[in-house]
Design a binder for this molecule. Structure first.
Ligand SMILES: Nc1ncnc2c1ncn2[C@@H]1O[C@H](COP(=O)(O)OP(=O)(O)OP(=O)(O)O)[C@@H](O)[C@H]1O
Ligand SMILES: [Mg+2]
Length: 330
């Protein structure tokens, strides 16, 4: 066990080449993010802001063009052997409806697959015991009753639990869940989130939960990182960020939640395009605080002066907004 964060990304950039002469897309454009042991961090932001690309980079599935990802104090090495070893320690959990379960595989086969890839158990009995334990941990009990079922015989929530069991069977230290409950019913959603929290308490598992849904972040995470156009623009303990958001973008996201008491803020301007990141503050063209004139003292800086990369880690709050830092437009 190291005393530093379990996972640390520093200065991470991921750029995709532009299609047919278009400029390259800076999908992740300078992110510093840390996840501590046993910590649950929510990564939120609207579609296309780079959440999945960042998540895949943290798992070693995408190699950053610049910057570094380290796990337990060691920088990731991008050899197939090192990545395979890493994949046991940091597991990706996808939404089942995206087709992560093979319809022709039984639950047993689905969960045992990771063990077989990693040759983690020699005997059949050992494998059976590990599969049963993972299913039970994921809340499918008694596990043997599920061994020979097929995905179509299960409910949506049960299928999601099978996906989670498939990750747990390798005893990872970190799971990265990309929109884990987006298409589940509200009640099932709550159960899956409760499961993730229990796994953290029982196993000390760390998690990065990627979501559009700030309400979900509120229910599950210790910390939140709000992403806009490839950057983290606001971060801190979930309760403090969501009850007292400082970035106009975070405030806009919160204002459209059904339980919001403030009038919804409709963001002006064009949807953000990572191939055309604006100068100055990358949010300025859509910023309602700037448009309203409340940020007049810093308006020039908003348009021309880029903001430093936030360090999203530890317990501190951070906000990448000239107005919020200067205390105007709040
Ligand atoms: N393989 C790729 N090639 C080219 N561009 C890509 C590729 N993957 C992602 N992008 C672009 O990078 C940007 C970020 O995409 P990403 O999927 O990371 O966003 P996201 O925040 O996960 O969105 P969503 O909430 O819709 O899942 C988008 O503009 C997307 O079009
Ligand atoms: Mg995504």
């Amino acid at each position: 066990m190291t005393s530093g964060p379990l996972l640390a990304a520093s200065g991470v950039h991921v750029t995709f080449p532009g299609r047919r002469g278009a400029p390259p897309a800076r999908a992740v454009d300078g992110v510093d993010l840390e996840i501590g042991a046993g910590e649950i961090v929510a990564l939120v932001g609207e579609s296309g802001c780079g959440k999945t690309t960042l998540a895949r980079t943290l798992l070693g599935l995408v190699r950053p063009g610049a910057g570094e990802v380290s796990f337990a104090g060691e920088p990731l090495a991008y050899t197939s052997r090192a990545l395979k070893a890493y994949r046991r320690r940091a597991q990706l959990v996808l939404q089942d409806p995206s087709g992560s379960l093979n319809p022709r595989h039984t639950v047993y086969e689905a969960v045992a697959e990771g063990l077989r890839i990693h040759r983690a158990h020699r005997s059949g009995a050992e494998e059976r015991a590990a599969v049963a334990e993972a299913l039970a941990r994921a809340g499918l009990r008694p596990p043997e009753r599920f061994f020979l079922r097929y995905p179509h015989e299960l409910s949506g929530g049960q299928r999601q639990r099978v996906v989670i069991a498939g990750a747990l069977v390798l005893e990872p230290e970190l799971i990265v869940a990309d929109e884990p409950v987006a298409s589940l019913d509200a009640s099932v959603r709550g159960e899956i989130l409760a499961l993730l929290l229990r796994l953290r308490d029982e196993l000390g598992l760390s998690a990065l939960v990627v979501t559009h849904d700030l309400g979900l972040a509120w229910n599950i995470a210790d910390r939140v990182a709000v992403m806009y156009l490839g950057r983290v623009v606001e971060t801190g303990p979930v309760e403090s960020v969501l009850t007292a958001p400082r970035h106009p973008y975070t405030r806009a996201l919160l204002s459209v939640l059904p339980e919001s008491e403030t009038p919804p803020v409709v963001l002006a301007g064009e949807p953000p395009d990572p191939a055309r990141i604006p100068s100055g503050c990358r949010f300025h063209a859509r910023c309602h605080v700037l448009a309203s004139g409340e940020a007049a003292p810093v308006a020039d800086r908003c348009r021309t002066e880029p903001l430093p990369v936030l360090r999203a880690g530890g317990g501190e709050r951070g906000v990448a907004c000239h107005g919020a830092v200067a205390g105007v437009g709040g």
